[in-house]
Ligand binder design. Structure first.
Ligand code: IMP
Length: 215
């Protein structure tokens, strides 16, 4: 048997929480809303490496404004599936954000500790505004109250993988967002997620019949 084939049913351990088509549609909506809200301005979108990079890449192509992008890298101290909020800037922005409209593009806001640290760092640089666009909002786990101007999806209190989010630095390239229902089982057998890398897209919904079709 191939060493990549899981030895137990994948569905015990993970399930698809948000499929790629739902993600694509929601990002189109967010792009339209952001385009309207920032009309006449040229915001800078800031992504926190590495998880937010996939979301940023898709989101900023849906914004019909002359945006720029920049990246920060932060190191967190905590376990593989816990974010404890103790953070340090590893890579800073390339651009000066003084006087700019800043939109932080985050993959998932969990306790909110990382983001509140980031917002305080960015606000100290005197931007014109700082707002947040989070793909996933795990609001049930929030420790620090945070104003999230744009949210893709409300996310249950479960560890998620895929679409930029990793499990032990792997599986960011899974096209869907998976909920890990049994983190211990996945830790024991991380290759359980390999089939999801190649999982075919679900078939598109049937198209509407032409208007003059007989009932
Ligand atoms: P917070 O400081 O607790 O809000 O943590 C936010 C960061 O922790 C995110 O930007 C992610 O990098 C990471 N994180 C939180 N929850 C998850 C998850 O379910 N899967 C993968 N990474 C996560």
């Amino acid at each position: 048997m191939s060493p990549l084939l899981p030895s137990r049913p994948v569905s015990d351990v993970v399930r698809v929480l948000f499929g790629r088509e739902d993600i694509r549609r929601r990002i189109e909506e967010l792009g339209r809303t952001i385009t309207g809200d920032y009309e006449g301005r040229a915001p800078v979108l800031i992504s926190v490496l590495k998880g937010g990079s996939v979301f940023l890449a898709d989101l900023f192509r849906q914004i019909r404004l002359p945006v720029s992008i920049d990246y920060m890298s932060i190191s967190r101290y905590g376990g593989a599936t816990e974010s404890l909020g103790r953070v340090r800037i590893v890579k800073d922005l390339d651009e000066d954000i003084g006087g700019r409209h800043v939109l932080i593009v985050e993959d998932v806001v969990d306790t909110g500790l990382t983001l509140s640290y980031l917002i305080s760092v960015l606000e100290s640089r005197h931007p014109a505004s700082v707002e947040v666009c989070a793909l996933l909002d795990k609001s049930a786990r929030r420790i620090t109250p945070l104003p999230l101007r744009y949210v893709g999806f409300d996310c249950p209190d479960v560890f998620v993988v895929g679409y930029g989010l990793d499990f032990q630095e792997r599986f960011r390239n899974v096209p869907d967002i998976l909920a890990v229902q049994d983190v211990a089982a996945l830790a024991a057998e991380p290759d359980l997620l390999v089939p999801y890398l190649a999982r075919a897209a679900p078939p598109p919904p049937p198209s509407d019949p032409p208007e003059d079709a007989e009932a």
